[in-house]
Design a protein around this ligand. Structure first.
Ligand code: ADP
Length: 160
């Protein structure tokens, strides 16, 4: 049986924290699908094409990884793709309440789907797309927190 996991998110934009979780989850599953949410409730800086482009460039040549988009509920997408696991990353305790509530709801909606939480690595525990955008908006360097293609895109977009 092929063990497939979905790593869902808005990835607006991709950070080194996302990549850390992605790489570590790929060691646990036969295949990981990174599912970029089209209809995120967050206000987004990058278009779906831009967000996908960053991920495609950075993960080029990685095996057992698929990059896809989805609309609607993550559990419905899991069923559609035959995935029994959802990967989520946990940073500080602030992530916990929100992620726990979602995982309980997802369990009710799709009992066969398990949410797997990976704790953030120490060096990325303070990295979030929101903070990275905020810092870049004020003209400061975020190249330690995001891949090079993303820091260039942030500079370009936010200096307009
Ligand atoms: P969402 O809008 O679904 O929260 P994000 O792109 O913000 O999407 O995050 C996707 C997933 O990656 C979430 O599980 C989030 O907790 C996790 N994540 C984001 N940044 C980090 C990080 N620095 N370390 C660990 N997990 C992270």
């Amino acid at each position: 049986m092929t063990r497939v996991a979905i790593y869902p998110g808005s990835f607006d934009p991709l950070t080194n924290g996302h990549l850390d979780i992605l790489q570590r989850s790929m060691g646990l599953f036969d295949k990981v699908i990174i599912g970029v949410a089209i209809n995120s409730s967050k206000s987004l800086l990058f278009s779906i094409e831009e967000r996908l482009g960053f991920i495609r460039t950075v993960t080029e040549g990685w095996s057992n990884l698929e990059i896809d988009t989805f609309e609607g509920l993550t559990v419905d997408y899991c069923r559609k793709r035959g995935a029994k696991s959802i990967i989520r990353g946990l940073r500080a305790v602030t992530d916990f309440d929100y992620e726990y509530a979602i995982s309980l709801m997802n369990k009710k909606l799709a009992p066969e789907v398990e949410t797997i939480f990976l704790m953030s690595s120490n060096e990325y525990s303070f990295v979030s797309s929101t903070i990275v955008k905020e810092v870049a908006r004020h003209g400061r360097d975020v190249s330690a927190q995001v891949p090079e293609i993303v820091s260039k895109a942030l500079l370009k977009k936010l200096s307009k």
